[in-house]
Ligand binder design. Structure first.
Ligand code: HEM
Length: 417
């Protein structure tokens, strides 16, 4: 339609660019990067077609900011797939649920035994994408006859059993604490309260606003949003920092100065002094942007700098593309933590150039918490160990978020403290 962005080259009759989805998750990552670069080189907006479904792609930070504030609904493909698996918790909620749940949130998570959960989730996402790509399986009748359906149901059962267990344990713990508080004097009561600082699940349970099913959906969402994300970024950070010994030595000397050679716990006031470590984490998030895209459903016409988006379509914000935008300078393809610290600043003038936590009304609520936990964890590792790695030949897969999938061995050498 007039004013719309150009189409990605390579569209075929009837299937559009659908053939580009016929591959594994390593291939998806390659394709996604290619599409992002094509978009960067062609005016920062384009669209591709899967059958008759139109998907816009954007790489301009101002356009993305505008769209993310105007359209808060998640998309009708990936968003819908994850909603069918995790339920309508905050992360993938439809708009009315999102508004209701946002007011009951805090960002401190109860620790959960989530390995089984994460494996089932990962498997279910792969199954979902594979089903979407094999378009004939979008017919329920055919899909219901396949093994895929049984596997998918099994994954969903594991996911839901785990979140039920988390809530059940939480309720039991709260009951025990209440019983303890009733049976001791006031001084001890203060101590117990101190030890049992309210976590995310407590706040949800106490809020009495959410139904049992909504609670479960929030727990599902939080396990994914709160742990799979941070742990994946930590793996990338170890890989990158382990690949650049000069970066690692700078981190080590900063840690030696702040902690005076000890292995003591991190205190709040230490965190702001770990400037170089923070720069290395941010550069990791820029370089291997863990969530390389966010998708929104366009529900109204939006005029952008160079084109217009039409309602009824989905829109990819390529956060990867924004992190490879020429505004980062000639060394955009290099891993350089120092870029965050140089004075005068070499960072892009645009405040939204760094989008690892997305932007707009639905950006990540766990940003500060994630940065803090990653800093604490890495400060312990790099104080005690020298990390050796090589990310140069690493294969990466895209399964909604990106993860390393081969040849990414990391070794740790104990330092003499
Ligand atoms: C390095 C770690 C993390 C990264 C890179 C990250 C990134 C993101 C991104 C890209 C989004 C999508 C926002 C959008 O749709 O525009 C998001 C949403 C969200 N994240 Fe994070 N996240 C991280 C850690 C966390 C943690 C630790 C928590 C919870 C404690 C969390 C909670 C959430 C929630 C609840 C949302 C949905 C917000 C909404 O729809 O209103 N995230 N995150």
């Amino acid at each position: 339609e007039p004013g719309e962005p150009p189409i990605l080259p390579g569209s075929l009759p009837l299937i559009g660019h659908g053939y580009m989805l016929l591959g594994d998750t390593v291939y998806f990552w390659q394709k996604f990067k290619e599409i992002s670069y094509t978009c960067l080189q062609n005016g920062h907006a384009l669209y591709f077609l899967i059958g008759t479904q139109k998907f816009y792609v954007l790489t301009d930070p101002e356009d993305i900011c505008l769209v993310s504030n105007v359209c808060v609904a998640k998309d009708t493909v990936v968003g819908a797939l994850i909603r069918s698996l995790l339920g309508s918790g905050l992360v993938f909620a439809d708009v009315p649920t999102w508004k209701k749940h946002l007011t009951t949130m805090d960002v401190k998570l109860e620790e959960a035994d989530s390995v089984k959960f994460l494996e089932a989730y990962d498997q279910a996402i792969s199954n979902g994408i594979a089903t979407y790509c094999k378009f004939w399986l979008r017919c329920d009748l055919l899909y219901n006859m396949t093994d895929m359906k049984i596997k998918q149901e099994n994954c969903i059962r594991i996911v839901h059993e785990t979140s039920d267990l988390v809530l059940q344990k939480k309720r039991m713990k709260n009951k025990r604490n209440r019983a303890k508080i009733n049976s001791v004097d006031n001084n001890i009561e203060a101590d117990i309260k101190k030890d049992t600082a309210k976590c995310f699940a407590d706040l949800l349970l106490e809020s009495n606003v959410l139904t049992e099913q909504e609670l479960r959906h929030e727990v599902n969402g939080m396990i994914i949003a709160g742990s799979d994300t941070t742990s994946t970024v930590l793996v990338f950070a170890l890989l990158l920092i382990g690949s650049y010994p000069e970066v690692q030595e700078k981190i080590y000397s900063e840690l030696t100065e702040v902690f005076e050679g000890s292995n003591r716990d991190v205190q709040k006031q230490d965190l702001s002094r770990l400037e170089y470590l923070e720069a290395a984490i941010k550069e990791t998030l820029r370089y291997y942007v863990m969530a390389p895209f966010v998708i929104r459903h366009i529900d109204k016409e939006i005029k952008l700098k160079s084109c217009t988006l039409k309602p009824g379509n989905n829109c990819f914000f390529s956060l990867y593309g924004v992190h490879r935008h020429p505004m980062w300078g000639d060394d955009v393809e290099e891993f350089k933590p120092q870029r965050w610290l140089d004075s005068p600043s070499r960072l892009p003038a645009n405040a939204n150039a760094f989008m690892a936590f997305s932007v707009g009304k639905r950006n990540c609520i766990g940003r500060a918490y994630a940065m803090m936990t990653m800093k604490i964890l890495l400060s312990h590792i790099f104080r005690q160990y020298r990390v050796l790695a090589d990310h140069s030949n690493m294969k990466v897969k895209l399964n909604v978020i990106i993860k390393p999938c081969s040849g990414h061995l990391i070794s740790l050498e104990k330092r003499n403290m």
